[in-house]
Design a protein around this ligand. Sequence first.
Ligand code: ATP
Length: 367
Amino acid sequence: MASIELVKLTKKFGSLVAVKEFDLEIKDKEFVALLGPSGCGKTTTMNMIAGIEAPSGGQILFDGRDVKAMAPNKRDVGFVFQNYAIFTHMTVEQNLAFGLRVRGVKRAESDRRVKEMAALMRLEDRLDWLTAKLSVNEMQKVAIGRSAITEPAIFLLDEPLSNLDAAFRAFMRTELKHLQHQFQQTMVYVTHDQIEAMSLADRIAVMDLGVLQQYGSPIEVYNQPCNTFVANFMGSPSMNLVPCRLSEGNGATSLDFDDAGVVVVDDDDLLRRCKGAREAGLLFGARPEDLDIAPPEYGGAGLAMTVSFVEPIGPRTIIHLSAGDRKVKVSKEKQYPIEFGAKVKVALPKGKCHLFDADSGRALGVE
Ligand code: ATP
């Protein structure tokens, strides 16, 4: 059993506040990703959970117990870093067995667990190799296996895949999921890669400048970003954020997109978001895959725009459109026949539009 609770966790380095009053609850056996750009405080948070770094304020609770006074080796925490921490003068087998030997695990049991981990990590045919002779990918597999084999209650992984090549990263994502399924550990995973966070985590904590921005399931965070930072950070291409003005008249609510035209809002969900919003300083938001391309004469809610660039990337076509300084990307499945310079309407989807305050970045009309 190992739930983790961070209460107003803070870390200062001199005048720099690296982590600010961070509240987070991680359930037993949950897989949580700390996601954010470089320097947002992810590693500092991990180091405090592991006991490597002392907090400047706040609490860290494991199963409700404050662990502040507990030494790192007493916390039952496994740690894997971006740069594989392994003994290069030892074989793969000796590396995998190391933690078990230190803990006094009997030889027969240790051999059984090493074999099991080697099979899980697909390292069976490398057991007698010196780790110095392994590829970078294999070294990181050894580092992960070496830490996981002692079955710590909490497993912390700090960008473990970021030095690996793309194909191997995809493979390792599946392996890590298997590992968690098998050992039922509470996992905290640091990454700046939103795809990795989305594909692995039960919940994602999005951080920026040491502050928690949003905490929720991948789909919640993707579909209902609480601010423009999260909207931008999740998704590739990221959410379209288009400046607009709100106007009310003749019983209708409209959004004025300047050169892209005035759109009468006929979507209850978007109307709810418009309620109480100020007139200017708004950003309309929509995911590229939620928008549609319609002919210029389309009569529904849509932006009048011109195709400025087409990216046929295989499984999808990314269509760039503009009208004056209003810019939008639309993502269509597979190959989509459209020409540079074509005049179209970008049709707005019902129930999938967002509205943000441009100054604060806050999403409007959501709790
Ligand atoms: P990255 O993905 O680049 O590792 P991160 O999100 O993990 O970034 P941290 O490494 O936690 O961010 O750093 C957060 C902030 O704290 C950064 O501004 C960093 O420069 C600063 N920082 C981290 N460790 C120290 C330290 N020991 N002394 C001074 N400043 C530090």
